[in-house]
Design a protein around this ligand. Structure first.
Ligand SMILES: NC(=O)c1ccc[n+]([C@@H]2O[C@H](COP(=O)([O-])OP(=O)(O)OC[C@H]3O[C@@H](n4cnc5c(N)ncnc54)[C@H](O)[C@@H]3O)[C@@H](O)[C@H]2O)c1
Length: 319
């Protein structure tokens, strides 16, 4: 006989499974901690339908997740992913980045720093303005698709790059996705008899048009960095730390603080993650039954890395 006190989920599948198979377990469960956009979306749907029976913590929208997992992680791994798969030289390349959210901002910053000419497409006026203020050319995808050397999707949206766009790309254009799942590039539309697919190396396909034009499709439209590059352990560690803090918060919260709803991690908890990392204190990787990162808590800890950043002012008061 086994039981659960909390659910730590990434995508909402475990939560869904417990709801379907073991609904009685929710009598003892103190809360759900959810990591991903998709899982959080599912939790909000449950909450809206009045079916969420325990409090849930939305880790996806916490600052430590958004900035490290989305922005800084993608800023590093976009170059790694492109380099490992194509050995492309970035300087002077015309790159279109679709979406200027956290992931898009990271990709644009990295490519600009490498000397690429970066164009941005956006549908949100504020993010569009931010792209302009940061010195990127705001364009419509149709306007630049013929001249692009690299097209990267980072929108979380569907069919951002359509078959029409793919038809108009120039020979050798590299196409990849850093956003959601495998739905941003309409890869299914390329599985037609007139196009030939040639696997040139792992995660790299040439799709060849009847006139000989080739586009270079990476990871079949799945997330480039998760499929083709490494993800910094530092980032994983921060995300794990944030998740653990959310679990501690839910577990220790006095009766009634959290109702059957979806909550953001309190900002002071996010600060604790930052300060714990900066202080050089510790970042820990967690085993399934390991719940605490804090000194003084009686749990099983696995030190993963220790950082020492001497040049920062650390407030003497407890953060
Ligand atoms: N590759 C990774 O490691 C990684 C890490 C974190 C998040 N993600 C995923 O990346 C996606 C984006 O995350 P984010 O944090 O940047 O989200 P975000 O909401 O901050 O940014 C997405 C941006 O895309 C814009 N957009 C939407 N549809 C568009 C379209 N058709 N054309 C142009 N712009 C469009 C939106 O207006 C928004 O500004 C999400 O699906 C997220 O799950 C990937």
């Amino acid at each position: 006989i086994w039981g659960l006190l909390q659910i730590l989920d990434d995508g909402g599948d475990l939560t869904h499974w417990i709801y379907k198979k073991y609904p009685n377990m929710f009598k003892k469960i103190k809360g759900i901690v959810e990591e991903s956009v998709t899982g959080v979306h599912r939790l909000y749907q449950l909450s809206k339908a009045g079916k969420l029976c325990v409090p849930a913590m939305n880790v996806n929208d916490s600052v430590t997740k958004q900035k490290f997992d989305n922005l800084y992680c993608c800023r590093e791994s976009i170059l790694d992913g492109l380099k490992r798969t194509t050995d492309v030289m970035f300087g002077g390349k015309q790159v279109v980045v679709c979406g200027y959210g956290e992931v898009g901002k990271g990709c644009c910053a990295a490519l600009k720093a490498m000397g690429s000419i970066v164009y941005v497409t956006e549908i949100d006026p504020i993010c569009a303005l931010q792209a302009c203020m940061d010195g990127f050319r705001l364009v419509k995808l149709n306007e630049v698709i013929r001249q692009a050397d690299i097209v990267i999707t980072c929108t979380g949206n569907k069919n951002v790059v359509t078959r029409e766009h793919l038809d108009r790309m120039k020979n050798g254009c590299i196409v990849c996705n850093m956003g959601h799942s495998n739905t941003e590039i309409d890869v299914a539309s390329l599985r037609t008899p007139e196009l030939t697919w040639e696997r040139v190396r792992s995660q790299v396909d040439h799709v060849i048009w009847p006139d000989g034009k080739r586009i270079v499709l990476l990871a079949e439209g799945r997330l480039l960095n998760l499929s083709c590059s490494t993800v910094p352990t530092f980032v994983l560690s921060i995300t794990a730390t944030t998740q653990a803090l959310a679990m501690i918060e839910l577990y220790n919260a006095p009766e009634g603080r959290y109702k059957q709803d979806v909550y953001l991690l309190p900002k002071k908890m996010g600060n604790k993650v930052d300060m714990n990392v900066i202080k050089g204190g510790f970042c820990y990787i967690f085993l399934a039954n390991c719940f605490s990162i804090y000194q003084g808590e009686e749990f099983f800890l696995y030190p993963m890395m220790a950082l020492h950043v001497d040049c920062l002012e650390i407030p003497s008061t407890d953060c």
